[in-house]
Design a protein around this ligand. Sequence first.
Ligand SMILES: Nc1nc2c(ncn2[C@@H]2O[C@H](COP(=O)(O)OP(=O)(O)OP(=O)(O)O)[C@@H](O)[C@H]2O)c(=O)[nH]1
Ligand SMILES: [Mg+2]
Length: 358
Amino acid sequence: MTRRLPAAERGLVVALDRGNPERPLEPELEEFEALARAAGVAIAGRVVQRRRAPDASTLIGSGKAREVAEAVRDLNADVVLVLDDMRPRQRKSLERVIQVPIVDRTMVILDVFARHARSREGKLQVELAQLRYRQSNLIGVGADLSRLGGGIGTRGPGETKLETDRRRIAQRISALRSRLDAVRRRRATQRSENRREPLIALVGYTNVGKSSLLNALAHSDAFVADQPFATLDPTVRRVYLAPQRYVRVVDTVGFITDLPKDLVAAFRATLEELSEADLLVHVTDASSADRERQERAVEALLHSLGLDQKPRLLVLNKIDAMNIGASRDPRALAVSARTGAGLDALRAALLAYDAMPV
Ligand SMILES: Nc1nc2c(ncn2[C@@H]2O[C@H](COP(=O)(O)OP(=O)(O)OP(=O)(O)O)[C@@H](O)[C@H]2O)c(=O)[nH]1
Ligand SMILES: [Mg+2]
């Protein structure tokens, strides 16, 4: 029950710059804007507040909040997009000053997921994540349950309604859980009928080219797009390596820094399928200046899923678009899903793993 949102809302982006040299703001801000665009928002402007620590009551400080309110009017923005996590209290005080809906990073990511979910399981998982997030952050929903699943621009109701909402959210959450269980039981049966060939999982940051690589290997046409989270549902294809040697390659949801915990929880079943893989192929984007940060985020998530011990192959994709002079990771196999460069070497490497026990 996910809802498509009206296109081209105008968003004003707000972020705190904590001046932490270990974690520069710019790449995260750019990523946030790409997420917002994938959620159908046009970026009208940015307000960055420099301060070491967030203000306890308004996140950005009350003076800055008034400045944001003014910028909203000047730029004719419909929504304020806040990069940082907010406490319910900070959100409330900001809402008093800023007269348009306030949406945080988690809500933006949930919204992109809601737009891109295709399968029944994917949709149920996204709705579950949205409700859990609203529940734990005391964000209300519209009176009509059928409108649940709204994201960008969904405004919370007043206090009293929030109480009734909470009860209905709790009911809806348990209904979703049992429907998801049913879908999963059905899928587990289907899966067990189909497991002779080794399973190789493509994992990696969102938008690095996992689906493109799957298509290049399998001559298939899984959905590819230059935006985050184009893929949500696991797609399995049979890939030919050599005479009589086939593997199954699964392409699944991409990772991102600080993937919201409610999403990880809701997508746990999807992510746990990675544990059935015989080999994880970690795909990275050679053309991205942000590659190291992305790799660290993927490693962190694999760790939290208990997948550290899986055999792993590092693949550097998009070498056709790599800056001349940029250093190549000697551990990685360099390929281009677009030009086909390096794919024979990749098949050979997979063939070597194909000898492993199933
Ligand atoms: N230049 C270049 N672009 C590529 C290559 N592989 C993929 N791309 C582009 O990168 C973008 C993302 O590709 P996808 O295959 O959708 O990436 P993904 O990792 O599946 O992304 P999500 O499913 O959104 O996590 C698309 O615009 C692709 O055309 C490559 O080898 N070279
Ligand atoms: Mg994809």
